[in-house]
Write a protein that binds this ligand. Structure first.
Ligand code: G6P
Length: 610
């Protein structure tokens, strides 16, 4: 999510660090900072906003030094302010840390460190690391870092520097990428190969549980406990810069589709209390009382986020038995909606900047409703305008067509619905069942991605047939998936596609069906499967080209022209699974038709105007 760079060599560090950070700009920024060794101590500069703000600050207040660490932040804990920007330091100011990832036991560690006299200056989980290293300091630096890391739960990619050991940088990784770049008389480290390409193509990728100790003369790779040395192969990057930004994928959209196992893990991380079982949503604690009394939930959103809101409506009704609605923000804001006491309005938005969603939330506020945000971008306008909320932590989404944010939104909706359910006496057995299923989702998504080629081949067959219209059908929890599948196809490939409830087909869309109409049916074996099966027979009887996405291996092969089997899960969570092949299908059809899938014509990632 965030970007890290480190440099040890014979040249002024700050311009190199700044240039390397600028190579990570595609990841999205909200603040940036660096620390260099200036011979006397550590000199740090941090600025909120885009990287230029840090550049301007360095023009006004330059730093001198030939080794340093730097960071661009994409906030997950704490608002995007200067105080929360990295590097974070200890009390003495002699240790600086840049960190990607999430320290899950940060609250416990922080409380203990405060008890031992440490003073914290930020809201971040990262600051805990700098104080922990200070608390457990015993030279050399890498042993102090190893001791601190042994106490940390969660994920990290870190770069640490201390004025107590000038010129040395320690990096370590567990769950967040890091690589070391080997130059002539200069060594680099970064979270992302893109940052290093102008300087070197010889790199060593760290694996989880490894640490790198760097200075201008070279680099030692050690195990995380610093007990053993590890010999790693040096790889030579042959990527061009653009490919490097996409992590080697052909497009951001594909990268983001493939990131879904980890983005889902990030959305769930720290939110499932294993013992009880229950959902922990820290962002809702201020409004827990209001939510326990809520009599109506209104989700308001646009585009893909509206589809997630529709699934959220179904979930809240199922698990919390509270009346729930989903409204297009653009329509709702211009009506005169009824907002009775006890109504909570939830803005759902990847960017947190969609103008209509913001306007709908401000209308809700004016009318006295409590407002929540289910948002990906920390500190965004929706996050700031609402009383409380749930962050997705899905990482920056660059491709215009939303993919990983959608599946994280659905996962967040499930947590929200179970949270409300628990307040209303939902059977703990149901909570236990759904939570154990939700934790299996990342691996199930992985197993679909491992078969992505099957979808690519299916896409080729469909493209070869040359269709210019598609129908997507689904019922129950798969109805919103059919809407989302159709939206993906039209956004990315410019093919006309519509999603319908399979049940509504006979009230109109069935008139469109002939051999030129491919019909994509989302048909997991859920409570409405027998009904959907009849709908599929109706399509087939009229000569439609039937594509089925199902969990059911038996029976469909004879009926459907194309079948893609997905793993099954709880009905309510099935949209997360079923939408993956539909994302891939739209992606491949778009690419095969020569469309610019990352930047489809006429569309914007974030619609900040009406
Ligand atoms: C634009 C994007 C869509 C997105 C919608 C809502 O139309 O192209 O992918 O679903 O805005 O954006 P939000 O950031 O509010 O989720």
């Amino acid at each position: 999510m965030c970007g890290i760079v480190a440099y040890a060599g014979g040249e002024p560090a700050s311009p190199i660090l700044l240039e390397a950070l600028s190579r990570l700009e595609y990841r999205g920024y909200d603040s940036a900072g660096l620390a260099v060794q200036n011979g006397l101590g550590l000199d740090t500069r941090r600025a909120a906003g885009r990287l230029e703000a840090l550049g301007d600050l360095l023009d006004r207040e330059p730093v001198a030094g030939e080794s340093g660490i730097a960071h661009t932040r994409w906030a997950t804990h704490g608002e995007p302010t200067v105080a929360n920007a990295h590097p974070h330091q200890d009390c003495s100011g002699e240790i600086a840390v840049c960190h990607n990832g999430i320290i899950e036991n940060a609250d416990v560690l922080r409380a203990e460190l405060i008890r031992r006299g440490h003073e914290f200056r930020s809201d971040t989980d990262t600051e805990v690391l700098s104080h922990l290293i200070e608390e457990h300091w015993l030279p050399p630096l890498h042993l102090s870092v190893a001791r601190a890391l042994s106490m940390v739960e969660g994920t990290f990619g870190i770069a640490v520097m201390s004025s107590r050991e000038p010129g040395r940088i320690v990096c370590a990784r567990r769950g967040s990428p890091l690589l070391v770049g080997l130059g002539k008389g200069q060594i680099f480290a970064a979270s992302d190969a893109a940052a290093l390409l102008p300087y070197t193509r010889r790199v060593v990728y760290l694996d989880d549980g490894e640490m790198a100790v760097i200075d201008s003369s070279g680099c030692d790779i050690l195990s995380m406990d610093a007990m053993s040395r590890i010999v790693k192969p040096v790889e030579v990057l042959d990527w061009d810069l653009e490919a490097a930004e996409r992590g080697g994928h052909a497009h951001f959209m594909l990268k983001e589709i493939c990131e879904q196992p980890t983005s889902l893990e990030a959305t769930l991380r720290g939110r499932i209390q294993r013992s009880s079982p229950a959902v922990k949503l820290g962002g809702l604690s201020d409004v827990a009382g209001v939510l326990s009394e809520a009599r109506r939930i209104i989700f308001t959103a646009c585009g893909t986020s509206w589809h997630a809101g529709l699934i959220g409506k179904f979930m809240v009704e199922e698990y919390a038995r509270v009346q729930a609605d989903v409204e297009y923000a653009s329509e709702w804001r211009y009506r005169n909606p009824v907002l009775e006491p006890g109504t909570v309005v939830v803005g759902v938005s990847q960017s947190g900047e969609t103008a209509d969603t913001l306007a709908a939330l401000s209308l809700a506020k004016e009318r006295g409703a409590t407002t929540l945000g289910i948002v990906n971008v920390v500190g965004s306008s929706v996050a700031r305008a609402t009383d409380a909320g749930i962050y997705l932590h899905a990482g920056p989404e660059i491709g215009v067509a939303s993919t990983k944010a959608f599946t994280s939104q659905v996962a967040a909706m499930a947590l929200f619905a179970l949270y409300l359910g628990r307040q209303r006496g939902l059977d703990p057995e149901v909570t236990r069942r759904v939570l154990s299923e939700i934790q299996l989702l990342p691996d199930k998504v992985r197993s679909i991605l491992a078969r992505a080629e099957e979808i690519e081949e299916m896409a080729q067959r469909l493209v070869d047939r040359g269709h210019s219209n598609y129908l997507y059908l689904g019922r129950g929890y798969s109805f919103p998936v059919s809407l989302e599948g159709a939206l993906k196809l039209k956004e990315i490939s410019y093919i006309h596609a519509e999603g319908f409830s399979a049940a509504e087909m006979k009230h109109g869309p069935i008139a469109l069906i002939d051999e030129n109409m491919p019909v994509v049916v989302v048909a997991p074996r859920d409570s409405v499967y027998p009904k959907v099966l009849s709908n599929m027979r109706e399509v087939k009887a009229r000569g439609g080209y039937l594509v089925a996405v199902t969990t059911e291996p038996n029976g469909l092969a004879e009926l459907a022209d194309e079948v893609f089997i997905v793993p099954s899960t709880e009905d309510s969570l099935q949209p997360i699974i079923s939408s993956i092949p539909l994302q891939l299908l739209a992606y491949h059809i778009g690419v095969m038709r020569g469309c610019d899938v990352d930047k489809p014509r006429n569309l914007a990632k974030s619609v900040t105007v009406e």
